[in-house]
Design a binder for this molecule. Structure first.
Ligand code: OSB
Ligand code: MG
Length: 369
């Protein structure tokens, strides 16, 4: 696969309503679209998923766009013949910056799938030596809100066909709200996501969740607290699911060794792309850690990548991979996904940017010169 061009286009997407987590209140999503073409006429577009500020993790739109231009593109310019999709082979001299690597790596995967006349999901399944599905069950992540609003949102999500809800919480005060919600929706599959808002002193309050039969408690403690999560997991029946903490296969190995979690929210952007995500998935399967695919409030285009991964039968727990229309009024690509009868039906083809965005993209500099 011989590369011909790489272009980057920053876009701003207003949310229908602000999305509130313990990290921030997100009202406008800024992402950078990364488009790569090959000498034989293939084209794929990916998305840089970092946020504007270093709340979720240390990476940001501004810094990671800089890393792509300054450090990820130059090696590809020197060697345009891509034979490996492993970030360790593509960028042996770049440490960290996983979201920057993922934006390029996942786009290269989409090109590789096109070159082999396969869907991205089929290529991922072949690489993971497993099967894939064309329809998947999905969950929805609901930002922090008061009880009345949350009850309305949950009823709407259930009516729309979501199989599982995830409720963001900002601290122990919200556990009472979760209690009330559980009374109204006694059987719905539920995850509680703390985004690091709790401390080890909250263990007794968090134990209340055990009686509510929630599927998982996601990232209750601050990022990096593997020991704290291990101690908390010993005090809880509810499985802990790590998100922010798992940047690398080594983090998954540490979590297993310490007993810090029983599940992992696998976001390919957070771990540096598909090659890394599949390695983590493989390790977790061997160690009975449940993985499912998370979301980054991506555009419809970014969702193509996470939805393709979620098609693996080994990732069947409903992910945060519903239609991007849950967040945004407008699309950047021609991708059409529909949630009907509780299943998300997914097109096989790689999405194309809508003409207005493609026109803007062509005005950007070809970083390969
Ligand atoms: O913790 O999973 C998270 C959004 C932004 C930052 C962190 C998280 C989230 C979500 C959104 O929960 C999930 C989605 O994109 O549907
Ligand atoms: Mg999370």
């Amino acid at each position: 696969m011989q590369l011909a061009s790489i272009r980057m286009l920053p876009v701003s997407l207003p949310l229908k309503q602000p999305f509130t987590s313990a990290h921030e209140q997100l009202a406008d999503r800024h992402v950078t679209l990364v488009q790569i073409t090959t000498t034989d006429g293939l084209m794929a577009t990916g998305e840089l998923e970092a946020f504007d500020n270093p709340g979720y993790n240390t990476e940001m739109q501004a810094s990671e766009a800089q890393v792509i231009r300054g450090f990820l593109v130059p090696p590809l310019k020197r060697n345009r013949d891509i034979s490996s999709l492993n970030p360790d082979d593509l960028w042996p001299d770049v440490s960290g910056h996983r979201m920057a690597k993922a934006a390029v790596e996942m786009t290269l995967w989409s090109l590789a799938a096109q070159a082999e006349h396969q869907s991205l999901a089929a290529l991922l399944a072949a690489e993971a030596k497993t099967e894939q599905r064309s329809e998947i069950e999905v969950g929805i992540s609901l930002g922090i809100a008061d009880l009345t609003q949350q009850l309305q949102r949950i009823a709407a999500a259930q009516a729309a066909g979501y199989s599982r809800i995830k409720l963001k919480v900002g601290g122990v005060a919200d556990i009472a709200v979760i209690n009330q919600i559980r009374r109204q929706f006694p059987t719905i599959q539920m995850i509680i996501d703390g985004n690091g808002a709790f401390t080890e002193n909250d263990a007794a309050e968090l134990q209340q969740l055990d009686a509510l039969h929630v599927d998982m408690l996601e990232q209750p403690l601050a990022s990096g607290d593997f020991a704290g999560h291990a101690q908390l997991q010993r005090q809880l029946k509810t499985p802990i699911c790590l998100d922010e903490d798992i940047l690398d296969l080594k983090d998954a190995q540490l979590a297993v060794l310490m007993g810090s979690c029983r599940a992992i929210n696998l976001k390919p952007a957070r771990v540096g792309g598909f090659t890394k995500a599949l390695a983590i998935l493989d390790y977790c399967q061997q160690h009975h850690i449940q993985c499912w695919v998370g979301g980054m409030v991506e555009s419809d285009l970014g969702r193509y990548y996470s939805q393709s991964l979620a098609r693996l039968i080994t990732l069947s727990y409903p992910g945060d991979v519903g239609p991007a229309s849950q967040f945004f009024e407008t699309q950047v690509s021609d991708r059409v996904v529909k949630l009907t009868d509780g299943k998300l039906k997914l097109p096989e083809e790689a999405p194309r940017l809508l003409p207005a965005y493609q026109k803007q993209m062509m005005l950007q500099e070809n970083l390969l010169g």
